[in-house]
Design a protein around this ligand. Structure first.
Ligand code: SF4
Ligand code: MG
Length: 316
């Protein structure tokens, strides 16, 4: 089956203050298969949200291709973008700002159906009730306002709204980061369950490798606008190939103190360089504990090592 999302050599540059463009995303390629969840992880500022905003048509690529269900978004006209946006929905980090405080949750969840002319009147009310039930909320609460719900419930409302048009691809950008730790697992389980039931694909953006582990089939690790590594979940967590992936994994706290003590320490030195002036050669060389001469001179090839795709001269 062909890919639901196919990104090829995507670059998104913004005008910078000193004249040099800010290379927020600088040559990223990956695909998402039908029904698959791909995790996109990295530190804040690495470009992962820029990728997700491009996928939903909020940002235009500077270079490269973004295909959703075979339709090219780069250079697409408004009509094409509107049609594609019906098939790709987004769940943002903060359920408070994603919901209009003056709109009942029923109106918010039903809005996409109404705007697209899919349902109205009693049929719309029925659909909204079914959507609220689908995300574990009471359908008779459709007349309430967002402030009458908890943070976790509000994120359920946002998810119900995102599902209204039965998207082929759900883009989740840090969907549980703003929530209490106690409700995070519930929301993640809900996303996994809905995705399996509805056969959706998903792009799951997070800075948290522990969260991504729960929900993703494959994981892509991003650093300073580029992919460092992309691998099936098991391979990535069991045998990370890129020094940056290893450093991120080492920073994930283990619930078991004995396991935590036995963990290798991989200290990451220094700050992330500016995306307006990325280092030559491997972009990670200024912070990499393994860096050698060639790392400062030559951009590592994106190549297959074991089960992973990886950009590192020393991945073996
Ligand atoms: Fe480190 Fe060199 Fe690999 Fe880059 S190419 S991650 S600097 S070892
Ligand atoms: Mg972000």
């Amino acid at each position: 089956m062909s890919a639901v999302l196919e990104i090829t050599d995507l670059a998104v540059h913004f005008p910078g203050r000193g004249g040099a463009p800010i290379r927020a995303v600088d040559g990223v390629s990956f695909h998402i298969a039908p029904g698959e969840t791909l995790g996109l992880v990295g530190e804040s500022g690495c470009g992962k949200s820029t990728v997700s905003n491009t996928v939903v048509g909020l940002l235009a690529p500077t270079r490269g291709s973004v295909r959703v269900l075979g339709t090219e978004l780069a250079g697409a006209n408004r009509r094409t973008l509107r049609a594609v946006r019906a098939r790709v929905q987004m769940v943002f980090q903060d359920p408070v700002t994603s919901l209009n405080p003056r709109m009942t949750v029923g109106a918010a969840v039903g809005e996409p159906l109404l705007v697209r002319g899919v349902a109205r009147g009693a049929a719309l009310r029925d659909r909204v009730a079914a959507l609220l039930e689908e995300v574990g909320l009471r359908p008779d609460h459709a007349g309430r306002y967002p402030h009458q719900f908890s943070g976790g419930q509000r994120q359920r409302i946002v998810i119900a709204r995102a599902l209204a048009l039965r998207p082929a691809l759900l883009v989740c950008d840090e969907p549980v980061s703003a929530l209490d730790v106690s409700v995070r697992a519930q929301i993640l389980n809900l996303l996994v369950e809905l995705q399996a039931r509805l056969g959706m694909s998903s792009l799951f953006v997070s800075h948290d490798l522990a969260v991504v582990r729960h929900v993703c089939d494959r994981v892509a690790v991003m650093y300073l606008g580029c992919l460092a590594e992309l691998a099936p979940r098991e391979a990535l967590y069991a045998a990370p190939r890129h020094p940056y992936t290893r450093a991120l994994l080492a920073a994930v706290p283990e619930p078991d103190p004995a396991v935590q003590r036995a963990k290798p320490r991989v200290p990451l030195s220094g700050e992330i360089p500016s995306p307006a002036a990325p280092p030559a050669g491997c972009r990670f060389h200024t912070r990499c504990p393994m860096a050698v001469d060639i790392c400062r001179q030559k951009v590592p090839e994106w190549r297959k090592v074991g089960e992973s795709m990886v950009a590192c001269h020393l991945a073996e």
